[in-house]
Ligand binder design. Structure first.
Ligand SMILES: O=C(O)C[C@@H](Cc1ccccc1)[C@H](O)SCc1ccccc1
Ligand SMILES: [Zn+2]
Length: 156
């Protein structure tokens, strides 16, 4: 199957608040699969449903070592549904980010170094975990997308 078209900044879908997922059905799993394929095709480390024109509260994060974060952990893609950030460290760290919806640009963005998060997996089971460093950065970037926020609104 083909990668899905990526919404570019300026498209209304990227400004909307995502809708809570209620049906953990095969359609949801198929969307997640399509998102993962699109993320890999675009050489990303994350992708949020609004970026592929879906209004659902769902994203994928898949940290891997890269030129900007050579010591980033290599992780299998994680599907995150209905995420919540329960707490965030006072410590902030500035780092360079890109966005598939703002192609070819890089921005310095402040993020919380550590966050405690809760989300559902594709089976609807709640997960709770603490994230730090680059993975926490990806989570916050994708979580912003679900609030209609892109890094253009955050760049320092
Ligand atoms: O637009 C997106 O949501 C995907 C971004 C995710 C990202 C989050 C935090 C920090 C950097 C990127 C894409 O992965 S942009 C491509 C990329 C990949 C690795 C490092 C930097 C940029
Ligand atoms: Zn983005």
């Amino acid at each position: 199957s083909q990668p899905l078209p990526i919404a570019l900044v300026g498209e209304a879908i990227l400004k909307e608040h995502a809708i809570e997922v209620r049906d953990f059905d095969t359609a949801l799993s198929q969307l997640a699969e399509q998102m993962a394929l699109s993320m890999v095709a675009a050489n990303g480390v994350g992708i949020a449903a609004p970026q592929v024109h879906s209004p659902l509260a769902l994203f994928i994060m898949a940290s891997r070592p890269n030129e900007r974060y050579p010591d980033a952990p290599l992780m299998d893609p994680v599907v995150v549904v209905n995420p919540q950030i329960l707490s965030a460290s006072a410590e902030l760290v500035s780092g360079e980010e890109g966005c598939l919806s703002v192609p070819g640009q890089r921005f310095s963005i402040w993020r919380h170094q550590t966050i405690v998060v809760r989300y559902q997996d594709l089976a609807g089971h709640w997960q709770q975990t603490e994230l730090t460093g680059f993975i926490a950065r990806i989570f916050q970037h994708e979580f912003d997308h679900l609030q209609g926020i892109t890094l253009l609104e955050r760049s320092q």
